[in-house]
Ligand binder design. Structure first.
Ligand code: SF4
Length: 357
């Protein structure tokens, strides 16, 4: 690459002119940087902005986050998805309170030892909030660096990935590292975009091997994902004395800690009301004999590797069984339905209940 000093100057000049005003920028608060970085994993900047402001208003300090019930923290995360991030954020806040006096550690290894914090997040927090000379590599910078160096193949693993980390380290300036790292991410996000890199507007085009060779649309190599698996699930709307039966997803599974209507997979979507396996699954999950009835509505959605057709139907509760349930259950009042943290489909269905009745 030509002079790294010139690369840095051009990048910073561009950043000063084009950086978006984001609520977590210029705060120099490790907690705010940390929350924003965790939210931005798998979620767009646009979506995160509103969530970030509400989250920080509800939990303004690490101490307040650690002291809050996980259920309340989940409620503020509702809709952002990947709820494990939120559970680990809460757990890490409690560890910071117990082991670091409630202050985010400025030591790299201490930060890395916290739940949910990997090499990228530790580098981002410590470089942005403490000006430590640490590299970062996330989705935007992975793509940007792979193009700058014209690296083909799988950049997520092996030697290619190690080379990108080395580059992310070499390219760092001696000071204002936080600003520099943010500028790299911003350039990846706004200019070196995944589907249409704007090379004509790029401040570092002179340094880019892919642009030189006309490879910007081929790099990074797209790793083909396996097609999603279709499955059908049934969720039951069971009412008793004005309350609605909910189950809480058990730890370790998808939506761990979130509330949902009793819900399980069926292999017989046409005849699900008499599907004995479905009855068994619902019994195992809730410890109650639940019988699916009339179909109320259907919802299509995707979760991880599944494309799900969700059949929402009336349900009859035929009482408890002796089975120890996998999930906690409760009969929720209308107020609790609004307050409890739920996965997105359950939240949508709570809205539909009003229409259905
Ligand atoms: Fe990306 Fe094009 Fe800039 Fe290279 S020149 S870094 S491909 S936008």
């Amino acid at each position: 690459m030509h002079s790294l000093a010139l690369f840095r100057r051009r990048l910073i000049l561009w950043f000063k002119q084009h950086a978006r005003k984001l609520p977590w920028r210029n705060l120099n608060d490790p907690y705010a940087v940390w929350v924003s970085e965790v939210m931005l994993q798998q979620t767009t900047v646009q979506t995160v902005q509103g969530y970030f402001n509400r989250f920080i208003a509800a939990f303004p300090t690490i101490q307040s986050l650690a002291d809050s019930e996980l259920e309340s923290v989940h409620r503020h995360w509702e809709g952002l998805g990947y709820y494990r991030r939120c559970t680990l954020l809460h757990k890490a806040a409690q560890e910071i309170v117990s082991h670091h006096g409630g202050v985010f550690p400025n030591n790299y290894n201490d930060a890395l030892n916290l739940p949910g914090i990997g090499r990228y997040t530790a580098g981002a927090i410590l470089s942005i909030a403490f000006e430590q000379r640490l590299p970062i590599l996330e989705a935007n910078t992975l793509r940007l660096h792979a193009r700058l160096l014209a690296i083909r193949g799988n950049i997520l693993h092996g030697e290619s990935n190690a080379r990108l980390w080395r580059f992310a380290e070499e390219v760092l300036p001696r000071k204002d590292v936080g600003q520099f790292n943010q500028a790299l991410m911003e350039l990846g996000s706004l200019v070196c975009t995944s589907s249409s890199p704007k090379c004509a507007e790029c401040p570092v085009v002179l340094f880019c091997e892919s642009a030189k060779q006309g490879l910007q649309h081929e790099i990074p190599t797209v790793i083909k994902k396996l097609p999603k698996e279709n499955r059908t699930e049934v969720a039951l709307f069971v009412r008793k004395r004005g309350r609605t039966l909910l189950m809480r997803h058990a730890s370790g599974g998808r939506w761990a800690g979130l509330w949902d209507f009793p819900r399980a997979q069926t292999e017989s979507p046409e005849t699900f009301t008499t599907d004995q396996q479905l009855h068994r699954r619902l019994l195992d999950l809730t410890g109650r004999k639940l019988l699916p009835g009339k179909l109320l509505c259907t919802l299509k959605h995707s979760v991880t590797k599944y494309k799900i057709m969700l059949l929402f139907c009336e349900g009859i509760d035929a009482g408890r069984s002796n089975t120890t349930p996998i999930c906690e259950t409760r009969w929720a009042s209308a107020t609790e339905l609004r307050k409890l943290p739920m996965n997105s489909t359950a939240r949508k269905l709570t809205g539909k209940q009003v229409e259905i009745r």
